[in-house]
Design a protein around this ligand. Structure first.
Ligand SMILES: *Cc1c(COP(=O)(O)O)cnc(C)c1O
Length: 391
């Protein structure tokens, strides 16, 4: 039951830790100390609660999905993070981290992003609080995401390309770490999921756990009981940890994390890190990782950019090993089908990432316990061009 909480060595079981250059250790220590004292600080908590309410739009509702339930054959309720400002759960975390940065006296924000939802959420909070903001993106992603890049620039962020490797998220992350090493005095690195060196996975868990805290109460009030199963998609794992956190202690409630099987688990083109990976070190922490037979980091693939990452948060690795959470994967095709299904039956256009969680219900209705609570992590407007291309 303790596996969601980090231990004194910065680990969840064997996973996590700090695999970073020596020069970053003092910065991580400083961050950990600031976070420890501020998370209990009444003024800080009130300030965060205030912006989550007045600026981001919390609490987000839960919605019953009667027509989708009919298709799925189970009773489905949706936690509506798509209704949060900027259209996904990411803002819960970037708001928390930017307030932390300011309390620590750091006025320069850096972040890395693949397709861009974390970049957008970071540029948004930097604009809101008037901070300098640099966002690293893979050169290939900059080309693919021209409109997103433009949006971030209008928000005042500088977008810088990472040119190494496959020119995608993995390289942008390396570039961001390099920047942080060089400007560690002035700069706060906002990490976008429950990944990276300790204490980031714990910080992001705490900031995202508002999702589950609200949903548990709302569900109880609306349905008169707790959900039988809670389902969320898993990229780095932050929306999943955010909703699971409130239910983890109650083992009668099934928790299910859904990864991207891409073109199929045997195609070599997927992002099913927990289902098919092996433990190794990436981006500062020890966790499950997609690897080639030679032990190199394998390239991930998913139709949804937010799941297209070869690593996963260390808490999920521990939860996989203890089996408190069941991890599964659905293909691009299954996710696309679920995307259309929710759109047609409920008038809610889900993100392609979220569509993976919904696809699990359509595919495995017998493996979930009704009523089901799904984390609707984000809205799908950003994915419409992709949908049109593959249709
Ligand atoms: C980024 C993103 C994800 C994946 O990130 P997690 O850290 O696994 O939550 C899922 N859904 C949406 C809408 C996203 O933007």
């Amino acid at each position: 039951m303790q596996s969601l909480r980090v231990n004194r060595r910065g680990r969840y079981g064997d996973y996590g830790g700090r695999y970073v250059p020596e020069t970053l250790i003092p910065a991580l220590d400083e961050l950990e100390a600031a976070f420890r004292s501020l998370r209990r600080d009444r003024g800080f908590r009130r300030e965060l609660q205030g912006v989550l309410h007045d600026y981001a739009g919390r609490p987000t509702p839960i919605s019953h999905a009667p027509r989708f339930s009919e298709r799925a054959g189970v009773d489905v309720w949706l936690k509506r993070e798509d209704l949060l400002h900027t259209g996904a759960h990411k803002l819960n975390n970037t708001l928390g981290q930017v307030l932390l940065a300011m309390r620590m006296g750091k006025r320069r924000i850096i972040a890395e992003t693949g397709a861009g939802q974390h970049g957008l959420a970071t540029a948004t909070v930097a604009a809101r609080f008037g901070l300098e903001c640099v966002i690293y993106m893979g050169a290939e992603d900059i080309r693919r995401q021209a409109l997103n890049v433009y949006k971030r620039q209008r928000l005042g962020a500088q977008v810088r390309p990472g040119h190494s490797g496959t020119r995608t998220l993995k390289d942008a992350t390396n570039e961001a770490l390099r920047d942080w090493v060089t400007h560690v005095e002035s700069t706060f690195y906002i990490i976008g999921s429950v990944v990276g060196p300790h204490p980031y996975p714990e910080i992001v868990r705490v900031f995202q756990s508002v999702i589950g805290r609200e949903a548990r109460q709302q569900f109880r009030k609306a349905v008169g009981r707790h959900p039988g199963s809670v389902v969320a998609c898993v990229g780095g794992g932050s929306n999943a940890i955010g909703i699971f956190d409130a239910f983890i202690g109650d083992t009668r409630i099934d928790l299910i994390g859904v990864e991207a099987a891409g073109r199929g688990l045997n195609s070599g083109a997927h992002a099913a890190t927990l289902v098919r990976g092996r433990p190794c070190v990436l981006h500062g922490s020890y966790s499950y990782l997609l690897q080639t037979p030679e032990g190199q980091v394998a390239e991930a693939h998913s139709v949804s950019a937010g799941l297209d990452y070869p690593g996963v948060g260390p808490a999920h690795s521990a939860l996989r090993d203890t089996r408190r959470v069941t991890y599964a994967a659905v293909t691009d095709r299954e996710a696309l089908k679920a995307f259309h299904s929710l759109t047609e039956t409920e008038g809610i256009i889900p993100a392609l990432e979220t569509s993976h969680a919904l696809a699990y219900l359509l595919k495995h209705r017998t493996r979930v316990n009704s009523p089901v609570l799904v984390c609707l992590s984000g809205r799908g407007d950003k994915d419409i061009d992709i949908i049109r291309e593959v249709a």
